[in-house]
Design a protein around this ligand. Structure first.
Ligand code: PMP
Length: 417
C-alpha cells in the first residue's frame, strides 16, 4: 500500500471546536445569544473553503461550459467536469456518465418521473413509495399517475417510524415498475434498510430509486454496494451551494430513457426534420448548467473527505444519543420517530403547546429549529398531529448546544404552565 493510501486510512481525531472555525456563520449572535443552528436537515452551513471556491470561480474562471474554444471556457469546462468526477468517486458510481447535475433532489426525482416514467410506465402499472416520503417523492409520482393511469402503492410504517417491510412483498407484482423510497426520513430520522429493499425489489426485476437527501451528509454512500438503480441528493444539504444536486442512474437505464428537457447541450444535431440527442450525461443537462454550483459542490466534497465521513458518522451518532437521552428526560415531551436505526434528527411534540410557539420561543434564545410538517404531511397524519418541532444535528454542533436546547425547551414549558 502506498504512503498516501496509508495516511488516508488513519482516522484523524475529530475536534468539533476546530471544525467550527471553518464555518464563519456559526459566530453569529441572535438577539444577544450565540446562534445554535439545529436546522441542518433543511440546509447546512457552508465552510469557508466552499465560499472561497465560488468566489475564485467568479474572479478567475467564469465562462460558459462545453462551448467555447477560448481559455476561460476551457478552464470552466475542466473544473465543471472535474466536479462530476469528484461526485462519481464520492458515491462510488462506476461511470462518470452516470452522474447528472440537477437543481437538487426535487428536480432529480421529477427528472426520473418524467423520463423513466414516460418511457416505461403506463396505464395499470404500479409505483411503490412509502408513507414517510417527503412531498418531493410523492407529488411527481402522483402527477405521473394522473397522466398515465398508473397507480401508487404506499408501504406503511409503524408507530416507531419503521417501515413494515412485509407489506412491500405483498405489493410487488408484474405490474410494479419502480420503487422510490427515502433512505433517511427527514421528519422521523429513520434509516431505512435500503439494501434489503433493493434486494427484494431486484428479485422481482423492479428498479429502485433512493432519495438520499438526508443520508448523503451522514454516512458513506456507495451506490454500487447499495445496488440501487437511481440515487438522488442535493448539494446544499452536504455543505455545498443551493441550486445544485445530483441524479445518479445506472448507465444502461439512463441510455434507454427519453430526455427530460429540450434545449442547448442535450443535442447532437438539430434540423426541422430530425433531432438527435447527445450522449450521457449531457442528454439530461439541457441549457447552461449551474457551473458555480457544481464547482462549489466539489469543494464541499473535498471538505467532507478531509474531515472523514467515518469521523462524521461516529461524532453525529454520539451527539444523537446524547440529545435523545436529554430530551427523553423532559416530561411532557414526546419524541416522534423512535426507530432503532436513526440519523441525527429529533422530532418532538410538547403536550398542549403548538410547535410554532416552541420554535418562536427557542428563536428568542438564539436556537434555530424547524417547526411544521417538514413536507411530510402523511407522517403528521399517521400520528394525528399538525406539526412537530425538529432539531437536526450536524458534526459542527456540540453537547453544550444540546444542553442549551434542553434549557430552551424547559423555558417554553415554564412560559406555558
Ligand atoms: N427528500 C428529503 C428526504 C428531503 O429532506 C428533502 C429536503 N428537505 C428533499 C427530498 C427535497 O430536497 P430539495 O428541496 O433540496 O430538492
Amino acid at each position: 500500500m502506498k504512503l498516501q493510501e496509508n495516511l488516508e486510512k488513519v482516522s484523524i481525531p475529530f475536534d468539533v471546536y476546530k471544525v467550527r472555525e471553518d464555518f464563519p456563520i456559526l459566530k453569529t449572535t441572535v438577539r444577544g445569544n450565540p446562534l445554535v443552528y439545529f436546522d441542518n436537515a433543511a440546509t447546512t452551513q457552508k465552510p469557508i473553503s466552499v465560499i472561497e471556491r465560488i468566489r475564485k470561480y467568479y474572479e478567475q474562471e467564469n465562462s460558459n461550459v462545453h462551448r467555447g474554444v477560448h481559455y476561460l471556457s476551457e478552464i470552466a469546462t475542466k473544473e465543471f467536469e472535474a466536479a462530476r468526477e469528484q461526485v462519481r468517486k464520492f458515491i462510488n458510481a462506476e461511470f462518470k456518465e452516470e452522474i447528472i447535475f440537477t437543481r437538487g433532489t426535487t428536480e432529480a426525482i421529477n427528472l426520473v418521473a418524467n423520463s423513466f416514467g414516460k418511457t416505461f410506465i403506463g396505464q395499470g402499472d404500479e409505483i411503490i413509495i412509502s408513507e414517510m416520503e417527503h412531498h418531493s417523492n410523492i407529488v411527481p409520482w402522483q402527477l405521473l399517475c394522473e397522466e398515465t393511469g398508473a397507480k401508487l402503492r404506499v408501504i406503511p410504517f409503524d408507530d416507531n417510524g419503521e417501515l413494515i417491510l412485509d407489506e412491500l412483498e405483498k405489493f410487488l407484482n408484474e405490474r410494479t415498475k419502480l420503487i422510490s423510497i427515502v433512505h433517511v426520513s427527514n421528519s422521523l430520522g429513520t434509516v431505512n434498510p435500503v439494501k434489503k429493499i433493493v434486494e427484494i425489489a431486484h428479485s422481482y426485476a423492479v428498479p429502485v430509486l433512493l432519495d438520499g437527501a438526508q443520508s448523503i451528509m451522514h454516512q458513506k454512500i456507495d451506490v454500487q454496494d447499495l445496488g440501487c438503480d437511481f440515487f438522488v441528493f442535493s448539494g446544499h444539504k452536504i455543505y455545498g451551494p443551493t441550486g445544485i444536486g445530483v441524479l445518479y442512474g445506472k448507465k444502461d437505464l439512463l441510455e434507454k430513457m427519453r430526455p427530460y428537457q429540450g434545449g442547448g447541450d442535450m443535442i447532437k444535431s438539430v434540423t426541422f426534420q430530425k433531432t438527435t440527442y447527445n450522449d450521457l450525461p449531457y442528454k439530461f443537462e439541457a441549457g447552461t448548467p449551474n457551473i458555480e454550483g457544481a464547482i462549489g459542490l466539489r469543494a464541499a466534497i473535498d471538505y467532507l473527505n478531509e474531515i472523514g465521513l467515518e469521523n462524521i458518522a461516529q461524532y453525529e451518532n454520539e451527539l444523537l444519543n446524547y440529545a435523545t437521552e436529554k430530551l427523553s428526560q423532559i416530561s411532557n415531551l414526546k419524541l416522534i420517530g423512535t426507530a432503532k436505526s436513526k440519523g441525527p434528527i429529533l422530532s418532538f411534540i410538547l403536550e398542549n403547546i403548538h410547535p410554532h410557539d416552541v420554535g418562536t420561543i427557542l428563536d428568542y434564545e438564539g436556537i434555530a429549529v424547524r417547526t411544521g410538517h417538514h413536507c411530510t404531511q402523511p407522517v403528521m397524519e399517521h400520528f394525528k398531529i399538525p406539526a412537530t418541532t425538529r432539531a437536526s444535528l450536524s458534526f459542527y454542533n456540540t453537547k453544550e448546544e444540546v444542553d442549551r436546547l434542553v434549557q430552551g425547551i424547559q423555558k417554553v414549558i415554564k412560559v406555558f404552565s
